[in-house]
Design a protein around this ligand. Sequence first.
Ligand code: MN
Length: 240
Amino acid sequence: MKTWFISDLHLDVNRPEIIQFFLEFLDDIKPQADAVYILGDLFEYWIGDDMLELSIFKPFSSVISKLKSLSDANVKLYFIAGNRDFLIADSFANKTACKLLPDEKVIDLYSVPTLIMHGDTLCTDDVEYLKLREMLRSKAWQDNFLSLPIEERMQQAQALRDSSKKEMKNKAEEILDVNQITVENTMQQQGVLQLIHGHTHRMATHHFQLNKQAAHRIVLGDWYNAPHFLSVDKSGFTLR
Ligand code: MN
């Protein structure tokens, strides 16, 4: 049995092939999974759990029911919000039987304390993004946004994605990656030598020293062209 980590699928009703990849992936891993951790950006955008009532989001109902079928088969499901789907809430969690975790969580991964997170808060060189994040994550902004009609929320979400795309083009590659000092401070605060995150889409394992001990950071891949995952069991890791 294995524990699986995925992130940055960016599921979108306009890209049905990725939804299909995901459904097949869940079928494949179901018999050999203890747990599945979704580390954010499962969806390209999420404007409130009630969006599932709109007919255009109908393709997501197969995702919801597939996740639930894993829960029913005793696979534990966990979700940490990404910068695209941070409005996923209790209704989604109840429908999928997925447990929503806080932004940073230390888990016991086959006896190794492991910090898991989406990863956007590690990109501290992107000061503008962090400012925007603070607003988007505030209760005041979210209460107001969720009170808007769905159509208006969709327009606002589209505008946010457009401006983020534009801004990302103007930012240097280093600014969009994690800051190593932030990585080390965060790991130190959480008392771990192992970190798993997504967000940057730069799939890799980075080794470094933390307080003279061997530490590493595993970055999950995105699903734009093919499924990517990390699977872990007692004997080790597979990142692909
Ligand atoms: Mn992200």
